[in-house]
Design a protein around this ligand. Sequence first.
Ligand code: ATP
Ligand code: MG
Length: 347
Amino acid sequence: MKANIVLLPGDGIGPEVTQAAKAALGAIAKRFGHEFAISEALMGGAAIDATGEPLPAKTLAACQEADAVFLGAVGGPKWDKSEKRPEQGLLAIRKALGLYANLRPAVTHPALYDASPIKADRLEGVDIMVVRELTGGIYFGEKEEGTDAAWDRCAYSGEEVDRVLHQAARLAKKRGGKVTMVDKANVLATSRLWRRRTEALFAEHYPELELEFLLVDAAAMHLLSRPASFDVLVTENLFGDILTDEAAMLVGSLGMLPSASLGNSGPGLFEPCHGSAPDIAGQDKANPFAALLSSAMLLELGLGLTEEAQILKEAVYDCLTQGQCTGDLGGKLGTKAATQAVLARII
Ligand code: ATP
Ligand code: MG
């Protein structure tokens, strides 16, 4: 197949892990005979330095024409006091591309059991996909901030709820067939809307899927006490923000966490969960695996290339099993050598 992929290397270790992703996408294209047109564009602090804007119009236009967008990382102390902030670019691109569903998988691996604060016997077979609503809820509602009082409004429309539920259900159909919807329906009106919409939508469109409802306080506990029982977990923006970080602790390393942000039409945005890690930038120390797993998500969810994504994921996990990884995962390799170890398993 032909695909147009735009890379936004960004700042700090962003460019290093983006090179890893580019090499992996190139290797996959070669092995399977695909034609990927891969180009790079300015974003974040690097874009502020070059153009004064964190998301230049030229970058946005390139992304809007792409089939999928990969982002390294943005931000760093260099721009802490600058008028424009690198992170504004990220918010702007999410908005412009209409990315309302944020997907963060939490997959455990025996090589990292010791690194997780959770007991090893509970980590076996954990493979969770958290789907967080990204553009609505209390983060984006009206606010008022006085000195003695303040309020934040949490609002959702049925349509905003339905579209993210569809994303979660489509994923569950390709995975274990189970969806857990997390809310606080005993207290919140928005949560009761989420619950009603979920019941109706699954009854009409996805009766074959197993559906579970959990209150968010219970979900926070169950994620630690029975993580292996979850498949797809879908929830609103604030709860998702908290639960994705909690689920990340199961995995044991920031360096193994990919993410995807999807909209209805147009390209998805794929990026590692870690930040720009300015403390190790430019030293060939950055772990490229989160970026490589993000490119696997790009292949699968962005381009529909399931087998290709599987090959890339297996290559990464095999390297981890063999200890061919960077220092943060207990290995001895640099960014480039760890990437090469993965590429050697794709060819
Ligand atoms: P941000 O605000 O961009 O999320 P942060 O400082 O909160 O930045 P990171 O930039 O992710 O978070 O860094 C947190 C710590 O994890 C740092 O010590 C960093 O060196 C380390 N780290 C992050 N990503 C990686 C990686 N890919 N490989 C190795 N170490 C990493
Ligand atoms: Mg951070």
